[in-house]
Write a protein that binds this ligand. Structure first.
Ligand code: ZN
Length: 56
């Protein structure tokens, strides 16, 4: 399936969605979380949840 990078507009192909749903754009190295919706790959920005800014 084809993934379109939201950051740089590059398109790249993945054979299948990895177990952790994590893909990386080969051009700008932005990480994305992939979900399959209606047979199409949908990407959202991957959020690193271990960065906790809750105590400001
Ligand atoms: Zn990119």
């Amino acid at each position: 399936m084809i993934i379109k990078c939201l950051e740089c507009g590059n398109t790249f192909k993945i054979e299948k969605v990895p177990n952790d749903n994590l893909v990386t754009c080969p051009v700008c190295e932005t990480d994305y979380s992939v979900q399959i919706e209606d047979g199409k790959a949908k990407v959202t920005d991957f959020v690193y949840e271990n960065e906790d800014f809750g105590e400001l």
